[in-house]
Design a protein around this ligand. Structure first.
Ligand SMILES: NC(=O)c1ccc[n+]([C@@H]2O[C@H](COP(=O)([O-])OP(=O)(O)OC[C@H]3O[C@@H](n4cnc5c(N)ncnc54)[C@H](OP(=O)(O)O)[C@@H]3O)[C@@H](O)[C@H]2O)c1
Length: 224
């Protein structure tokens, strides 16, 4: 029996893991819309609807997103955009920590508030977090802005799972693995295509019973 294509919106998906997710969802027949800040020439040929000028840390960007989705309803929204900047105790760059909070913690929450009524009942909201947001799993210290902002995202995601349950929207906090992208200067344990394949498995398996959990893309439940 053929599967009904999903109507999906991916936020911050013009490169890296997001672009690979969009490519794989589209390849299996889902209707994919991505949003991004800038449109690279290379994106025009891809089989997505593309919403540009969406910096999710700004009112203007979020207004552009709101206007573009207008009366659309999605089966799933995946918020992927993220920022990693190095911050050490000896060089405590507070502006960098703020920037990472804006992108990694505050923006996904604003996106969720903006789009919650554009997600169908029994739909899904996936938030791309990081294992580095786990307090219990922190074995190497440092990375103040990134760790703190992803921990904050995890806290927001848990509240979202509780608050959106009455709308029958399931929420997942997903760690993609250590993936070779520009964010990691192309270091990592896997490529974006492998990570995206696993993330899609987690996305497909998300439901109201397991909503509000923090998963590694490989299916392992991660500690808070
Ligand atoms: N790679 C890993 O090993 C790894 C591990 C754990 C978690 N993650 C998370 O996975 C997600 C994707 O990471 P990636 O590795 O694919 O990184 P990436 O290649 O650096 O991609 C980051 C994406 O976020 C977008 N973005 C950043 N700030 C934005 C903003 N203000 N508004 C809209 N879009 C914005 C970027 O758009 P521009 O092109 O406009 O900059 C880009 O599309 C992130 O949330 C990251 O924290 C990655």
């Amino acid at each position: 029996m053929s599967r009904t294509p999903l109507n999906l919106l991916l936020i911050g998906a013009n490169r890296g893991i997001g672009l690979e997710l969009a490519t794989q969802f589209a390849a299996r027949g889902d209707n994919v819309t991505i949003s991004c800040r800038h449109l690279d020439d290379s994106l025009e040929a891809l089989p997505f609807d593309i919403i540009t000028d969406v910096d999710i840390t700004t009112d203007a960007g979020l207004n552009n997103l709101k206007e573009a989705v207008d009366d659309q309803q999605f089966d799933g929204v995946f918020c992927i955009a993220g920022l990693l900047e190095k911050v050490t105790l000896d060089e405590l760059d507070i502006e960098s920590i703020r920037r990472q909070f804006e992108v990694n913690a505050l923006a996904p929450l604003r996106v969720a508030a903006l789009l919650k009524d554009h997600i169908k009942p029994n739909g899904k909201l996936a938030l791309m977090t990081s294992r580095m947001g786990s307090i219990e799993d922190n074995g190497s210290g440092g990375s103040y802005g990134y760790r703190m902002s992803k921990t904050a995202l995890n806290a927001a995601g848990k509240s979202l799972a509780i608050d959106l349950a009455e709308q029958k929207i399931a929420v997942a906090l997903l760690h993609p693995g250590y993936v070779r992208t520009r964010m990691t200067q192309f270091n990592g344990l896997m490529d974006s295509d492998e990570s995206a394949k696993l993330l899609i498995e987690r996305f497909d398996g998300l439901n109201l019973e397991n909503s509000g959990s923090f998963w590694h893309a490989n299916g392992e439940l991660l500690p808070w």
